[in-house]
Design a binder for this molecule. Structure first.
Ligand code: HEM
Length: 164
C-alpha cells in the first residue's frame, strides 16, 4: 500500500499512477531517444554491429520492464487508481484510451519481433547490407513509427487514467 492509500507502490511523478508505470513511461522516452541514436549510427556511420547490439538490447530492456509492469498490474490492479477514489467506477474514456494504446502496443511488438528475427536470419555474416536491406528498411521504419505511436498513446492513457 502506498502513502496515497491505493494498492501497490506510488510513483514519483506525483500523479495517481503506480511506480512501475512512471518507470515505464520514462523508459519509453529513453527507448525512443536510443532508437534515434541507433538509426543515426547505422545510416550516417554504417555502424551495423553497433546498431544490431543496440536494437537487441532495447528489445530485451523493454521486455523486462513490460513484464515487471504486467506482474505488478496483476498483483495490485490499476482501476482504483484510475477511478481516483477507492470503490469508484473507471470513466469510459480511460478504457477508450487503453484500447487505442493496446492496438499500437500489440502491433508494435509483432513488428519488432519480425524485424529482429528476420534481420538476424537474413543479413549476411559478417553483418553488411544485402538482399534483405529493402525488406528491413520497410519493416524497420514501420517498427519505429509503431514505437513512437505506442509511446504517444501510452502517455495519453497515462494522463487520461491517472492525471485527469
Ligand atoms: C526492431 C529492431 C530494429 C529496428 C527498429 C531497426 C531500424 C533500422 C532502420 C530505421 C534502418 C535504416 C533504414 C534506412 O536506410 O532508411 C536500419 C538499417 C539497418 N539495420 Fe536495422 N533495425 C532493427 C534491428 C536490426 C537488427 C537486429 C539487425 C542485424 C541483425 C539490423 C541491421 C541493419 C542493417 C545491416 C541496416 C543497414 C541496411 C542497409 O543500409 O541496407 N537491424 N535499421
Amino acid at each position: 500500500m502506498g502513502d496515497s492509500g491505493y494498492p501497490g507502490l506510488d510513483g514519483f511523478l506525483g500523479t495517481r499512477a503506480p511506480l512501475i508505470l512512471d518507470v515505464l513511461c520514462l523508459a519509453m522516452l529513453v527507448v525512443l531517444a536510443v532508437l534515434g541514436g541507433s538509426i543515426y549510427q547505422v545510416k550516417r556511420h554504417r555502424r551495423y554491429k553497433l546498431h544490431k547490439s543496440i536494437q537487441i538490447t532495447l528489445a530485451v530492456f523493454l521486455l523486462l520492464v513490460v513484464t515487471i509492469f504486467e506482474v505488478d498490474i496483476r498483483l495490485h490492479g490499476w482501476q482504483e487508481r484510475a477511478a481516483g477514489k477507492l470503490g469508484a467506477d473507471v470513466p469510459s474514456r480511460v478504457f477508450l484510451a487503453m484500447y487505442v494504446h493496446l492496438v499500437f502496443a500489440v502491433t508494435t511488438v509483432v513488428l519488432w519481433v519480425a524485424t529482429i528475427v528476420l534481420a538476424l536470419r537474413r543479413f549476411p555474416k559478417p553483418l553488411l547490407p544485402g538482399p534483405h536491406s529493402r525488406m528491413h528498411t520497410c519493416l524497420a521504419w514501420l517498427s519505429t513509427i509503431g514505437m513512437a505511436l505506442t509511446t504517444v498513446s501510452g502517455w495519453t492513457f497515462y494522463i487520461v487514467a491517472f492525471v485527469l
